[in-house]
Design a protein around this ligand. Sequence first.
Ligand SMILES: [Zn+2]
Length: 241
Amino acid sequence: MKKAIVGVAVFLLTAFPAFAREVPEQAGDYPEPGRSDMRVRVFVYEQKPERPGTATVESAVCSDPHVNDVVGVTGWKLPTGTWTYRLNPASAPAGIRTSLGDVASLGFGEWEAYQSAVDFARGADTSVKRQALDFQNVIAWGKTPGNTLGVTYTRYYTATHEVADVDTIMNSRVKWSWNQCTTDSYDAQAILTHELGHWMGLDDEYTASYVDNTMFGYGDRAETKKDTLEAGDVAGVQVIY
Ligand SMILES: [Zn+2]
């Protein structure tokens, strides 16, 4: 009986995505529940593996070495014009809260500097802490799975490949700092600037030659180099816009 119920549930979720109310907190590209015109791509930004034998590249440095490898694109873009984002300062760690406006504006400014199709405007602050299709484009601290630094949810229209809604949730259980480059914390601006690359339509890169790119797929402590884009990040964004 139990098996039959599970079977029916699986069938319903597969055949009618509208029944799937939750977008998985797992990296992937999924149908948007209840919307046939939209999909949602989930990017999970993980900490560099710490266990011996799993760390293939060393990424933690306070300096900013320059590299040229061109970052790949996802296939969507932000619509031309002004894209409004909303911050949730109350959700941010105490050390970041009052500077969140500056942290975000520096992150967005970096992406604005290398293309002229899209600019960013800060809208009213929000109390939203979870991703949702609510057209708010939220940056907040909240719950993200296990070892992750942040998760970005990009919803895009399948017909136009333009972004409909994008949210970044930073992991509130991780220790954060700003401009300290210390080995006990993650730099909010560096991590956020990476996440904003996904807003723009850039993908993660995991091979060692990308370790100094903003869009390298793992984040590390004591690393502020992702504050600024590398030539390969810029080249990627200029493929899109
Ligand atoms: Zn990423």
